[in-house]
Design a protein around this ligand. Structure first.
Ligand code: FCB
Length: 448
């Protein structure tokens, strides 16, 4: 393989999220989140586990930052648990919650690691869900209040902000499919929820900017490559629909294109949706200029007309081989194509890959080493795809590997391990996997 140098100032990092690593679910005044409630409900998490303790990062963050520094990480993307800051969703601020993130931020800065803060990575205060959750328009004001509190407190030290992580997943898995918190499955609710995520994003951007001089602010979308199962017109149309469902419904409005007309029609028929939740001015709000877009990329879906259920495209992972342990197909070409699309079709001026990584269960061998060759290979292939896109002129500015360490993988529980650091959940010992040691080298050389 030829030498692949990345641009000067390219940022190499890793990512995590609050509920997946922190534990301390009811300490220091934290309120309950929808994920606390969901994981405490029998039958919701595949292995019956919860995030009550997770990686105990809330107590071990100092050691975790030392590990990050040893790896030479230049940036670390983490999220804030809203119910730590505002246990009642709004109103009364819990200073101890803010202090935790203040200490973490200071620790990172002292280690020369740039903090990238995600405000919403799915742990809505349960009390707001009790008031209707994201389908209720009041959630917009609540989020803006929360964003204001956090950015006012951290805004002098944090200069990279992500409003939302994956609004598609949050809205559709939470309110349509029901396999994520809050686990509701009511027709059409997801569209309302998604809309309020987007409006809340738009309204909070100027607030964050006002509190954090010179900061970069953006949003992170999950995008997967939607391929037609065959060249038949029906399959091609379904793939286009799947792309509209997962990708364009979010990508278009944040880029000033409103909701895509084909999907408006489809949802109109499917959900008998009147779209009365769209208020005057919303599309201008949603299209607020941002500094970057975050992309989470893992895989592709192969879409077939015959597999559509309930008139919704099925986003299935098809390939039988070439999959990671979570059954997602390894498809680095999809990353390459999506990056090109973001720049050449949407003119997005700056992109960070805010998540990319692979689930493999490899654990310590008899010498205490974790030989996770397959993860290393996955990352190498995707770094190569990103490098090809950069060579085309795509303004990719950084790459965050998911994840810094093994953690609570939502409805899968602890069975799926995405970390480049092994976590022994009984002892909370951390071991850098071979992929982490390799990544250290990539960072040091700024290339492959
Ligand atoms: C993404 C999530 C992240 C993690 C990875 C595997 O959808 O943002 O929290 O679960 O998938």
């Amino acid at each position: 393989m030829s030498n692949k140098q990345f641009p000067t100032n390219f940022i190499w990092g890793t990512a995590t999220s609050s509920y997946q690593i922190e534990g301390a679910w009811n300490e220091d005044g934290k309120g309950e989140s929808i994920w606390d409630r969901f994981s405490h409900t029998p039958g919701k998490i595949q292995d019956g586990t919860t995030g009550d303790v997770a990686c105990d990062h809330y107590h071990r963050y100092r050691d975790d930052v030392v590990l990050m520094r040893d790896l030479g990480l230049q940036a670390y993307r983490f999220s804030i648990a809203w119910p730590r800051i505002l246990p009642n969703g709004r109103g009364q601020v819990n200073q101890k919650g803010l202090d935790f993130y203040g200490r973490l931020t200071d620790q990172l800065l002292a280690a020369n690691i740039t903090p990238f803060v995600t405000l919403y990575h799915w742990d809505l205060p349960q009390i707001l869900e009790d008031q209707g959750g994201w389908p209720n328009r009041d959630s917009v004001d609540a989020f803006v209040e929360y964003a204001d509190v956090v950015s006012r407190y951290l805004g002098d030290r944090v200069k990279h902000w992500i409003t939302f992580n994956e609004p598609f997943v949050s809205a559709f898995l939470g309110y349509q499919y029901g396999n994520h918190a809050p686990g509701r499955k009511e027709s059409g609710l997801a569209l309302r929820a998604a809309h309020h995520h987007l409006v809340a994003h738009g309204e909070s951007v100027p607030v964050i900017r006002a509190n954090s001089a010179g900061a970069e602010v953006g949003i992170t979308l999950n995008m997967s490559y939607q391929a037609a199962g065959s060249a038949s017109a029906a399959d091609v149309a379904r793939a286009r629909q799947a792309d509209g469902h997962v990708n364009r419904w979010f990508l278009d409005p944040i880029n000033g294109r409103h909701y895509p007309a084909d999907m408006v029609n489809m949802y109109y028929q499917k959900f008998d949706e009147s779209f009365d939740f769209i208020l005057d001015g919303d599309f201008e709000t949603i299209a607020v200029p941002t500094d970057f877009m975050g992309l989470n990329y893992y895989s592709r879906h192969v879409v077939r007309d015959e597999e559509a259920t309930d008139n919704l495209p099925q986003t299935v992972f098809e390939s039988k081989e070439n999959r990671t342990d979570i059954d997602w197909e390894i498809y680095p070409e999809g990353l390459y194509r999506i990056l090109n699309r973001l720049y050449f079709d949407y003119q997005i001026p700056k992109i960070y890959i805010t998540e990319n990584g692979a689930s493999y269960g490899d654990g310590p061998d008899e010498n205490g080493r974790v030989p996770d060759e397959r993860r290393l290979s996955y990352l190498k292939q995707h770094f190569t795809a990103a490098h090809r896109a950069i060579n085309n002129g795509v303004p990719l500015a950084g790459y965050f590997v998911w994840s810094f360490m093994d953690n609570f993988e939502w409805a899968y529980g602890y069975k799926q391990r995405f970390g480049i650091t092994w976590v022994d959940y009984d002892t909370q010992e951390r071991i850098l996997k071979d992929s982490a040691l390799w990544y250290k080298q990539v960072i040091a050389e700024n290339g492959l």
